[in-house]
Every structure is written in C-alpha cells, then in structure tokens.
Design a protein around this ligand. Sequence first.
Ligand code: BGC
Length: 837
Amino acid sequence: MVQLDVEKVISELTLGEKVALTAGIDFWHTASIKRLNIPSLRTSDGPNGVRGTRFFNGIPAACFPCSTALGATWDTDLLHKVGQLMADEAIAKGTHVILGPTINTQRSPLGGRGFESFSEDGVLSGTLAGHYCKGIQEKGVAATLKHFVCNDQEHERMAVDSIVTQRAMREIYLLPFQIALRICQAKCFMTAYNKVNGRHASENKEILDGILRKEWGWNGLVMSDWFGTYTTSDAINAGLDLEMPGKTRWRGQALAHAVSSNKVPEFVLDERVRNLLNLINYADGLGIPENAPEKALNRPQDRELLRRCAAESVVLMKNQGNILPLNKAKSILVIGPNAKLAAYCGGGSASLDPYYTVTPFEGVTAKSKGEVRFEQGVYSHDQLPLLGPHMKTEDGKTGFMFRVFNEPASQSNRELVDELHLVSSSGFLMDYVNPKIKSMTYFVDMEGYFTPEEDGLYDFGVIVVGTGRLMIDGEVVVDNTKNQRQGSAFFGTATVEEKGSKQLKAGQTYKVVFEFGTAPTSDLDTRGIVAFGPGGFRFGATRRVSNEELIANAVEQAANADQVVIFAGLTSEWETEGHDREHMDLPPGSDELISRVLKANPNAVVVIQSGTPVTMPWVNDASALLQAWFGGNECGNGIADVLYGDVNPSGKLPLSFPVRLEDNPSFLNFRSERGRVLYGEDIYVGYRYYERAKITPQFSFGHGLSYTSFARSGLAVESSPEGSTLDNETVTATVTVKNTGKVPGSEIVQLWIVPPKTVVNRPVRELKGFQKVALQPGEEKKVQITVEKKLATSWWDEQRNAWASEKGIYGVLVTGTGEEKLKGEFEVKKTRFWTGL
Ligand code: BGC
C-alpha cells in the first residue's frame, strides 16, 4: 500500500464514492475505491482477544482474562504487554482496527457487560486503557475506545436514555476516556447505543464534536456501534464518520440525497472521509493485504503472558490462619460447578473461540503431587451443556453435519447449498456468508448421532434466533417454533431455552436431527433489541441429576479430606452482552453447596469466578477466599499458580463488592423505565458512595491480601509552585515500601486525595494514582507517584462549564495491602478553572 495524499484524494472522489466510504460494506470491513487505491480496512472485536471476521466457525484466537481481571492487576506495564500481544493477534487475523478497550463504568454489579470494562473508577480504568492502547498502537494497529458514552447497562440498550448530570458525566463517565486519551491518542472511538440526555450518542454533537473533537482536540475516526446509527443527516453532522456494519442503512442513497439537498454540507462529508483516509494512512504501515487470510498464532511466549495475566489478576480476599497456599504434597478434593468448566470469558461480542482452555481442575491436577479427587457438588449452567461435542457424524467424527438450504424441510427436492462439519452446537450466524444463499431466510438441518454413557432421563434444550425443532430418532423432543419467549442468549436476541426430555439407554445410538430456520421465520417481538443478521441456534442436553444427591456426596467427601477447594461462580451464560443479571446471587444451588461444605470442613478454600460482584452469604464461614475472574486461555493454570503459592497474589479489587444488591447506589435506578434510566446516584458510584454513606461493602475497592506483608513509611508530599494556569503543576508523593514477610511479593501502592470542604459535596477521597512494585523478602524501595495537580484537585463546575481546582488544604493518603494509611497534605492557594484534555 502507499500513503494516500488525503486532500488530493478528497478532491478526486465523486460524491457517490465519498458516501460509500462512510459506511461498512459487511460486518467487519470498510469500503475500498480501487480507482484511487483506497483499500478496505478490517475491524475486529475487542477487548479480551481478537476474534477475526467470524463469530460462526471462526479461526481460534488468544483469549485474555476479562477486563475486570486485568483491572485487578493495577499493572500498567502488564497492560502495555497485553496491548502488544493484542496487536500481534490482530495482525494474524489481518485486522487493522481492534474494537476495544471497553471503558464504560460499572454503576451496578448487574451490568451484563460489567466484565468488559476495567473498573468502577475512572483513573484506574482510564490509566490501564491508555497503556493497553499504547501497546496496541506501537505495533501500528488502531485501538478503539468504546462505548462513548454512558452505555452502562444492557436493558433496552438501543432505546434507553441515560439521564446524567454534567458533573457525573465529567467526573465519572467521561473520565476514563479522557485519561486514556491523555496517555495514548487512540485512533478510533465507538459511539454508545443509548441516548445521553435526550440524544443518541451516535448523533450527539455536543459530545462528539463539542467535547471529543473540540475540547479534547482529538482527531481520529468515530464509528457507530453495530447497528447503532439511527439517522442520516443528524449523525453525520454530529461527527459520526463511519456507520457500522454494512450494508448501510442510513448512508448510501439517503446520504447522497442529504448532501444534494444541503442537509449535510459537503465539507462535513469531506471531514468524515478525511478521518477515514487518515486512518487508512495510519494502518498502511501494517502491510496487511485486503481480505487477508486469518491465522492462529498460539505461541509459547504468548501462553506465558496469558498465564501471568490470569495469575496476577487473582485477588486474595481472605486467608485466615494462612490456609493458603496449599501444599502440593498433600491430597486434595476439588469440588464445584466451575472446576471442570473453563469460564474463560464473558458472553457477547467479547467472546471468541479460544486456542485452548485450562479448567481449574486441570490447573490443580497439573501441580498437585498428591491424589486429586473430584466431586461435582452442583451444576451451575443456565443453559444445558452443548450436545455437539458429544455427537458423532455418520463417519465417526466428533460433532455433526450442518446442511444449508434455501427452502424449509417441508419442501421436497431441496438443493443443498452448503455442508459443514461442526462440533459446537451453538452458532451465531451474523457473519456466515455463502453466495448461494438467496435471502436472510434460509434453513439448516443439523444431523448426528448420540450414544449416552449412562441410562437415565435426559433433558434437551433449544435456543434460537429463528425457529428450531430437535428430534431424537424422529420424535420431536423440543419444538421452539411457536409461542416463542424472549430470552437472554445471543446478545439478548434469542428465545429462552425451551426444553423437553426423553428416557435414554446407555450404549444405544440415537439419531439427532435439529431443524433450524433463520430469524425471519420467527415472530418474536424485537423492539429495543439489536438484531444481528440472520440468527443463531443452540442445542444442548444433559442427564437429569438431583442437586441434593450431588451436594450430599461432596459434603461427605469434604469432611475427611486433607485439603478442599470449591470452584463456583458465573459463566458467559450469566454475564453477557445484551442482558443484565437479574440478581447478584450465584447460580441456584451454589450457595448451599459452599455453606454445607464449609460446615463439614471449615478449612475448605473457596474460589469464585465472576466478572462482577456476587453475593456471598457464607462469607463469614470461609477462612480462605479467592476472587478469580473469567481468566482467558490460561484461567485454570493462573488460579492454580496462586492456590499453590507459585505466584504470590497481588491483585486488588477494581470494583467494590457490596454485601447485597440493595446497598449498591444504582439499586433504584438500574433499568430502562419508559425509555430512560436516571443516573440518580450522580457522582457517587462504587466506593465514592459506600465511603460517603458509611456503608461497609463486603470487600472494598482496592482490597486484596498477599502471602507476604508490607510496611509503608516516610510519606513525603511535594506540590509544585502555583502559576496562573494549572498546566504542568504536579503533586508528588514519595513513600518507602518494605516487604516484611518471608516470600517475594508485589505491592500496589494507592494514592488517594481527600478534598477540602468545597462549595459542592465531594467523595470522602478519590483514587488519583497507583503503582505496582515487586519486592524480595526484606527488600525496600522508594515509590514515587506524581499526579497533575489539576487532575488531583478538580471537580466539574456546571455553572462555569469547567473543571474547578478550589483553594484549600488537600489530604494525601497512601494505602496498599492491609489497613495502614499514610497521611500527608498539600495546599492550593488560588481557585482556578480549566477545560481541555
Ligand atoms: C458491541 C460492540 C462490538 C460490536 C461488534 C456490538 O454489539 O456493542 O462492542 O464491537 O457489536 O461485534
């Protein structure tokens, strides 16, 4: 590729060509104009791996721990490395633009995509995002900050109006974007689906043009979220450069008409095109050919980094009596629904087909030198386990055949248009293409054989975006074609799982046929929901078992076991894009299992995997508790590294874990009601609320223990002299940190500012800086954290429409592992106001 002479190209483009450049051509690509050597760019999700161009039957990819996990590392160097590997993965997938990181704010533990953003705090989130973007962009790939802004819930995500004060907008919701940009000028932004104070984000001039471009001086490309463009002229005039995905709904002829009729001035269209051409010039250095083939990297050094991320994200929440680390020489009983299941990532567009996964059970087994036993305890699936991997094709391959037709099964003499061999019986067809398919309405017969290992009553489940019938030996066991009910799978577009059951015999082979019709064959009402392409299917099955029996077995074994570890938590079925959780509890049965095992063996270690907080009614009975997240490819190894002490845990919570949902400040206002959601807690999100309202959470933001101990001493605070503007003024805290224990460990030094009494109420304290430091036993290091004074002191003044750095004495707190707080202060003598990045 050659660098385009942007202005010359703009002068040579016809109106039709310019218009074409402002919209995608398919799910992942921008338009090309061969005549002027303008190539097409490829985009791909983001944020915990690079999936490539296919949700359905794609090429596997590296999966990083989810963003709350990465948030728990508080490690900017690590995030930089993550960004670099993301870029390598992108290049392997022929991708120029990564659609990530996600830096929305977890107002509530219920947010379906809470796992996708780093933190409830803008400084932590924005700083980590900035370093992640740096890693990506150093390699020439473009990063995308998303979703701009206030896309903090899934309920009616396209239709909801986020009603938020300007102060909360600045201090909470825009802050991560602002901070990330200060560290790295991400090349792209993706707009949010929702409205912000009455206007959809993708046509919100005040935000896109006023704040992002003018006030922050940013000059990259703004794209819509997928199907999140809702107008022609308003969106383009507001600053939305690119409508995604294609084929266009709002540009094309409609935009040409709008330009011809002067609803959109041509110079505005030129500006949109200019932003795309600049992005093309930026991405040119990658040398990725158009429509590049997709490869799987899966290199040994990458696996090491993924394992490090997984281990360093684990938060040691409790360790009474130093039960942890476990002893490799002793036998161990592994219990629980998440033990033999790899909860490697959350659901939705962040999900991908991983190169491989390691379950916690496998991680423990690989390390233990003693006997490893297993008890299921309970199952935690929301949907029945996929049947595909337990099926065989006629010629004995694992999986089933997937046969595509333009006509329904009822029609004779159908012509087969495609035939694939699949293993996963879950497929989202949004990016499946076949030139012989005539329209969005088509039909697929899936066929294979199932031979159960045990006699019993088997439950079968079918979820569809479309219609589907599951037949066993010709008998319809599940019919999900009529009276369909809205569910949460496939970004909230699918039906609930409809179930049926059948008695099966061990060793007997049954023929399984699943007849599927795409989305247009369904009559579900999809208002407020983002409809993605031709649909999706999922069919699963399991032998029916009683939880009571499973729990009783686990409890009996636990009573006399040497060491016990319980793995419980959520999965991508419970935490997923398109659907907010309905409550904060673990899946049914899990709390009972944990409580009863802890009664039988109080030394049992509990490991919770989730992207966001869960309630823990048994927490006072647990002596040792780890919070592990959706840990990516290396999830099980990372957890085992911490359990056995090969890695000393250093993770700190990036989110507050309330005791109960009702304690969360968004509790009264976390769903769309008549099309709006009131951000009623204002700036008091997460710890800002719990501290101000004196509500003690179960585990606080920043909490995390270690297998060693640290001492902090000698805090010195230096504040640079005041000038007429705040530019270049800093506050520096210097502190000595010592590892006072017996094993090496890393400490996360946290710097907080306590504001003086100002004209508005403010949080008790706010995080303003942090640094991770590794220390050998007995070693001490000086840690210096410097923060710009304007960021350390300011609140958003709505009357002035500016940040206010008020005069007064500001407290400085330095915290880390344990309760000890070092205190200092500095003075601001003059009140000053500022705007800009
Ligand atoms: C998500 C985006 C994602 C896009 C493409 C949307 O549903 O909100 O974050 O990048 O799909 O998969």
